[in-house]
Write a protein that binds this ligand. Sequence first.
Ligand code: ZN
Length: 678
Amino acid sequence: MIRLVLLLMFVLPLSCPASAASPDLQEAIVLFQEIEATLKPSEHLLLGASTITFAAGTRRVSLKLSPAVQIDSVTVSGSKFPFSFSAGDLSLDLPKTAGQETIPVTVTYRGIFNDPLPLRGGSSEDPTYGVHGAITTQGTFLDDSAGWYPLPPSLPLKRSVRVSAPTGTEAITAGRRVTRSTKDAVTSSFWEEQRPVGGLTLCAGQYLIEERREAGVALYSYFYPENASLSSRYLDAAAGYLRIYSDLFGPYPFEKFAVVENFFPTGYGFPSFTLLGSTIIRLPFIIDTSFPHEIVHSWWGNAVEVDQSEGNWAEGLTTYLADYLLKERRSTAEGREYRLQLLSDFATLVTPDADFPLTAFISRVDPASRAVGYGKSAMLFHMIRGEIGDRAFFAALRDIYRERLYRSAAWSDFTRAFSRSSGRDLSPFMKQWLTRPGGPRVVLSDVTHRRDGAGWTVSGSVVQTAPFYELLLPLRLETGGASIRKILPVSRVLTEFSFLTPAEPRKLLIDPDAELFRLLSAGEIPATVNSIKGSKLLLAVVTGDCRARDVTFRRLLDSLGKGGTTVIREDELDAELLRTHDLLFCGIPKQRALLPQLPADITLRAAGFSLREDVVSAPDGLLFLVLLRPAPAGRVAALFRPLSETAAEQYAAKITHYGKYGSLVFTGGTIRHKGTIP
Ligand SMILES: [Zn+2]
């Protein structure tokens, strides 16, 4: 439906829109829609009036509204008109009109919108929290599924919204803000879209507004007074992201960009504005994570909509271009860590019965569907970029954006664009990643090395488990000298390889930089705080070096959900306990061998520890590490090392919030470092 109207829009002169009408067309053509909404927050009430102008010749019309709404009147071309409204459907049989006269239909209505709000501080895998329509004194949120305005059968060519509310209640919706004023105890604003995209969401609240212009785009922040001091940071960041992404994909597609505060904890990217919950806006990392994610949705998901028939590509692409790419731009190491995180999330969260192919992804409903639809999908874009190179990758994105702007795109459009820009048929490559659940499983087998003249030969094979994938598998041989990288084409069960090296070989690794999507084996999944939280058999061990009081160490265990864990002294440890348990040490054990090998950038010292060049010895420092033990396989050991009782008290309960990390350093009252140990 949407595509039909928009296609017509491209071929018909807008100055003579009535000529779009064809009596033979089944679908009613909507030329304009004007909406007037008056909000009465104390009564949860909306008083609405909307005029929808149909093309000449339109006979049968069906408008969708909330079933709970009361229709006060319907007029057609200015005269009262009989209608039937049931189950949210307002049906009209329009009279036959002569000539090219357009048909304005005006509906006046009223409705209560009062969805229950989520409890404070709750978190949910359902990003809507089940709230679609709420008009309250705290704020108003009405999305397009709430039925707050009569939704015509197809997108209008132009649309406007006028909102009136009690003094100081500022409203925002899609489009350009044409006017805004407060008069006679009413605050009102008028919004206009030259090119409507999708349904309308309306938000309102007692906002303070800040605004500026950047490269011809109006930027706004609509924040509650408590967060208004954060406005300039958000507007600065928005301006920066608009520059980065316009350069990468093409011009920003809407009349304005606004960041709007919501009164419940969402992260939404609507056409031309993003809506973030109050608590979310205050989190310091949001400006680098959720915020650019929602901005990238302006291009991918909003301006180019998702054709769901082949699965939702937009979350994977947006995750890749925002959450991931910004990290990669900061450093290669951060990029690698993020990819590894996606692989270990998939390995730990997606059980075979929760798995599905990317073509079946619609939206996330739980951590597993997120690991597939966001994570695996983002890795697919990374692999495409690796296959065809940056130039062809970004050129294809610009092509899709130009060609599918204000329309929808499917996975097959991406396959075509990437094939065209790289001069290669990528269909078989895309098919294996899109249509199968799971991923490739590869292991090294029969690896041997021998002296060979002045150097060494390392040989062996890669064994793949069915179903077989066509892979370009990176292998890295670490030696006494420089390490050697090899790309091994793998397609069958067994692929042999050999390396020649002048320096003594030390270690051979499969895809150590996580360039490919694959199923990690147990030993490859990094140990993290979550490994302790998920441990089935944990033992807490107090060493002579433990600088936390018993009660604080207990509080750490409680916060990790391990309140019932047995706590023993180091001298009570025996071989049987070591064999059967994961371990959490308070302080460095006297038998240092109980701690697995530390990551290269961390060194323990008597007075403290060092992280790369930084020596931490002040009493307010704390180190927390989770390490994979060499044996028994899959078991972990964690080190909780506060440098004073005060540091222990200050940070113990914070550790649980960094579940996906394996190394944490706190100093000066805050987190200084968080990392994943390969
Ligand atoms: Zn998203």
